[in-house]
Design a protein. Structure first.
Ligand code: MLT
Length: 214
């Protein structure tokens, strides 16, 4: 078996046709961090959970940043392509359905998931973005028609301002994604309601409830 490009955890889904959750951790996390979310989000799904390759003071991330919220866009593009290629290669190696990969990312992991949605349309069937911000604004803006994306951010997040959440939702909608935006009574950390809403959304038809607020 060829070696895949990321240290990762993989577990198959209930059947080969089951979707696969691509779990993407936040800064300082690893491939084990979000495993506990999978049974809550989509119990029948397989799990592919890579570890980010960039080290910031020893903390794994999925791409370099110059400062909090200031991303190294060249690195982000390269890392986005590498991660998207990893997903495709992992599907071939493990035999899961490459057309049914659903990202669930937190913070830095959510940001690279949004970047995959924008830069590599078609790799992600759907994406759940917890505490996400605008990763980059591609010019020209790609078209990702109909990609369902759930943005689940916190109203009191000291890292992701409300305006940044709006900017992200608008960017994804402009690109044609079906965005559901949920604002939780939370900061940067996840709360149980994030998982409850994400599970509901994943269990729904995938159609958008645009502009939804709570
Ligand atoms: C983080 O701490 O991970 C940031 O808020 C998000 C990022 O740098 O991508």
């Amino acid at each position: 078996m060829a070696e895949l490009a990321f240290v990762h955890h993989y577990q198959p889904g209930k059947t080969p046709a089951s979707p696969t959750l691509l779990l993407l951790h936040g800064t300082g996390g690893n491939e084990h961090d979000l495993l506990g979310l999978a049974p809550d989000l989509l119990p029948e799904a397989g799990v592919l959970s890579p570890r980010g390759k960039v080290l910031e003071h020893g903390m794994p991330r999925f791409f370099r940043r110059l400062a909090e919220g200031m991303f190294d866009l060249e690195d982000l593009r390269v890392r986005t392509a590498e991660l998207a290629d990893f997903v495709i290669a992992a599907a071939a190696q493990y035999g899961f359905d490459a057309a049914r990969v659903i990202a669930a990312g937190f913070s830095n992991g959510a940001n690279i998931a949004a970047s995959i949605v924008l830069l590599r349309p078609g790799v992600l069937h759907r994406a759940v973005l917890f505490r996400a911000m605008v990763p980059l604004v591609p010019d020209p803006l790609p078209l990702v028609p109909g990609t369902p994306v759930l943005v689940s951010n916190g109203r009191a997040d000291p890292i992701v301002a409300a305006a940044e959440t709006e900017r992200l939702a608008a960017l994804l909608r402009d690109a044609g994604a079906e965005v559901t935006l949920v604002l939780q009574a939370a900061g940067h950390h996840l709360i149980p309601e994030d998982l409850i809403r994400a599970r509901e959304w994943l269990g729904s038809s995938g159609r958008s409830t645009q502009g939804e607020r709570r």
